[in-house]
Design a protein around this ligand. Sequence first.
Ligand code: EPU
Length: 335
Amino acid sequence: MKIDHQVDIKPFTTFGISEPVQDFVSLEHVNELIAFLNTESLNEKKHLILGGGSNLLFVKPFDGLVISPKIMGIEMTTESENKVVVCAGAGEVWDDFVKYCVDNKFWGIENLSLIPGTVGAAPVQNIGAYGVEAQDAIFSVEAVNRFDGTIKTFEKADCQFGYRDSIFKQTEAWIVTRVFFELSKIAHPQLSYEPLKQRFTNLIDVQIEEIRQAVIQIRQSKLPDPKEVGNAGSFFKNPVIDLHDFNRLQAEYPNMPLHLVDIDKAKIPAAWLIDQAGWKGYRKGEAGVHPNQALVLINYGAAKGHEILELSKSIEQSVLDKFGIVLEREVIVVS
Ligand code: EPU
């Protein structure tokens, strides 16, 4: 293993923002990662675990260590009449893994096609789109404790999955090394998300490949490709508010969309709030708000991290002023 110094983080994040990183190490095997953790005392060192870099915003030079777990490999571990369990290394590109499952007609994660990032980041964030979350298919997660190098398998129930949340995000003690997914060999189309359902005239005999292609088309029509325009997908989470606050707001804004998450709680699309506050398509210098999806902040080329951060703070303030709703970042700011 080799530690590189003063590495530009730009090619490793989807925002495409340059900042130097003091130390950078890439580890390809679980044993190599454990050996590394046994020699480094991470509890005394500023550090960061890098996945696909699709959820990070560097706002200044990083004077610490970036660890990039590049554990690869996809293999079926068990198979029964109706189900399979497939194990994927944390370093695999998420969409390559989705494609492998779709090609093999293993149902469960096809709605999560084209999400940027790695397999290792999927349980951390509990990535989700078009009516499916990673937790719906995750069977267990293997992770290494970054402070003492011990390895542990978390059963699904131990992962404490929530909306864009998990134990791996809350405690920051664990580095995900491999993820086990339980997938169905029997057709299981999940078409509850209306804009996806609308793409199918006939809901009988829907093929897994058709769902993947429909999701890819929807994403490509709304979300910018990070290879072309720097971005990190949704910059904010969709806020959850009390239903009585929603009712009060709806009297003023009758078109305000909602999604009930509990008997007394509603999730409001942050994109709608930001759009209504007038930000869609806004641009200042090299930082902006995507013209087709107000939840995505973009780097037009040479933006600095702090410009994106300042823009995000202005958006937060204006949504708070207009609606009294606090937006919470989905993107992690690294400083
Ligand atoms: N809307 C607007 N203006 C916009 C965009 C959307 O008013 O500029 C409205 C739409 O009309 C719709 C609502 O906002 O009523 C929701 O929009 P959309 O269905 O596009 O989904 P979202 O809530 O903005 C979430 C996830 C996405 C995921 C999509 C599809 C979060 C924070 N975002 O977005 O995830 O792809 O649903 O399921 O939960 C990501 O996390 O990076 C991400 C892209």
